[in-house]
Design a protein around this ligand. Structure first.
Ligand code: ZN
Length: 457
């Protein structure tokens, strides 16, 4: 019995040792991850920056002065952060201005309809459009009543099921309505819950189909009009929209990085989109994701962490109106920097900065296993779960060429309440949740950049 004890110790050591040799994480990785989490959770810096930016400059709509002023401020502040490199990349972006707009129910009774024109919509004639309304719940229903659409306003009263399924009425509603001779189209706002808040968002036209004004009214009013319509009432709406489209203007992607010590040419990129819609403060979508990504890299820099590979934060411009920033970054990476093959991982946060759960990943099984192990570092704040499938609009162009990509997954229960509305404001966010998003992005980016093994494709 006396000699059995040391033997067990030796066996335990061997088992433990052999397990450790399979692990991608070493002791330094574990210690640094813990320090990053502590630093992110205790810091006020990013929260104060987000608040300052949102309150000082307001929304950051493509083509707006407030977007460019926000970018100027970010670049200036990043330069003071002491990154190895900070630069911007010119990007031409659409320039659409909403101007004054309104919708009024005229018949069967007069009522103001809170509304938002959809991004890119044409204006009504100066005197507005007054027309009878035809209500449908889907494109299939529109097809059935197409002979009665001529000269009318079509209201698409599509109930929110998922964003992906419901958003088609916003993006393509004007095209489908105009094909049958409608003079304008309206949608029920794309959201699962409403307090009379209209939701805006991008919409499209087709070249050979007449361009008609397209706007969103609230869920409540769409349901009201549906009830009146079902009762056989004759419904008339007056629509007034004065939107203008100007030539494209120049905006910028913002880029900052910490150079890798052993493989500086290999890049882990993370970011969000710095533009927003022209209502609210765009802090959920996506000021929060942008500043969280920036902060993730800033705290590593401040702590003096020197990863083996380069960590790069990119704040992409003009995602909302066509992903111009993400496309330009991809073009530059491919044609100028020629680093597409050395982009080992792309990460994006664009689902709000609520309580984070982990990341949704798209890439190989082997890479998934490695990232799953990296996720264990986030046990203290329970945000390290890696699930299959996910990415982001801005990193989409990289991912389509094989770069492993992932999107931050958060508690999404409230995201679409405020999405693209005047209510996307600071008061909806929680500092602890936000800091957990910072920690989650930072730990994944750090570990992916610092482990021995390069994340495989
Ligand atoms: Zn977004």
């Amino acid at each position: 019995m006396k000699s059995a004890f040391p033997l067990i110790m030796v066996l335990l050591f061997l088992v433990n040792g052999s397990l450790r040799s399979q692990s991608v994480l070493n002791e330094t990785n574990k210690e640094n991850a813990q320090k990053i989490i502590t630093m992110a959770m205790e810091s006020d810096v990013a929260w104060n920056r987000l608040t300052y930016m949102a309150d000082t400059f307001g929304h950051r709509f493509s083509g707006s002065e407030s977007l460019e002023k926000s970018i100027d401020w970010i670049v200036e502040t990043m330069e003071q952060d002491g990154f190895d490199k900070v630069w911007t990349q010119p990007v031409m972006v659409p320039h659409w201005v909403r101007n004054e707009e309104s919708a009024t129910l005229i018949s069967p009774r007069k009522k103001n309809l809170p509304m938002l024109g959809l991004g890119g919509s044409v204006a009504t004639p100066k005197e507005g459009i007054t027309a009878e309304v035809i209500v449908v719940k889907s494109f299939e229903e529109l097809e059935k009543v197409k002979d009665r659409v001529e000269g009318k306003i079509v209201l698409f009263n599509a109930e929110f099921t998922s964003y992906g399924r419901t958003v088609q009425y916003r993006t393509n509603g004007a095209i489908e309505a105009a094909k049958h001779g409608a003079v304008a189209s309206l949608i029920r706002s794309v959201g699962p819950y409403s307090m009379q808040t209209p939701h805006t968002g991008v919409m499209y036209y087709e070249d050979d189909v007449k361009k008609i004004p397209h706007a969103a009214i609230t869920v409540e009013d769409a349901m009201l009009i549906q009830r009146l319509y079902d009762r056989g009432e004759s419904i008339k709406i007056h629509l007034q929209m004065n939107a203008e489209t100007f030539p494209d203007t120049e905006s910028r992607n913002i880029i900052a990085e910490i150079k890798g010590t052993e493989h500086p040419e290999e890049i882990v990129v993370l970011g969000g989109h710095i533009d927003s819609w022209d209502v609210g403060q765009g802090v959920m979508d996506d000021g929060g994701g942008s500043i969280a990504a920036w902060e993730a890299v800033r705290i590593m820099n401040e702590m003096g962490i020197k990863p083996k590979r380069t960590i790069r934060v990119v704040l992409w411009t003009s995602e909302e109106v066509g992903i111009q920033g993400g496309n330009e970054y991809h073009r530059w990476v491919k044609e100028e920097e020629q680093s597409l093959d050395d982009h080992i991982l792309a990460m994006e946060s664009d689902a709000g900065v609520f309580d984070p759960l982990g990341f949704g990943f798209t890439g190989s099984e082997e890479a998934f296993q490695i990232l799953t192990e990296i996720g264990t570092l986030l046990k203290p704040i329970d945000s390290g779960e890696v699930t299959k499938g996910g990415g982001g609009a801005d990193i989409g162009p990289l991912m389509r060429e094989g770069v492993p990509g992932m999107g931050l997954v958060v508690d999404g229960s409230r995201y679409f309440w405020y999405h693209h509305t005047a209510a996307d404001t600071m008061d909806k966010l929680d500092k602890e949740d936000f800091n957990e998003c910072v920690a989650t992005m930072a730990v994944f980016a750090y570990a992916a950049a610092d482990i021995e093994q390069r994340i495989p494709r």
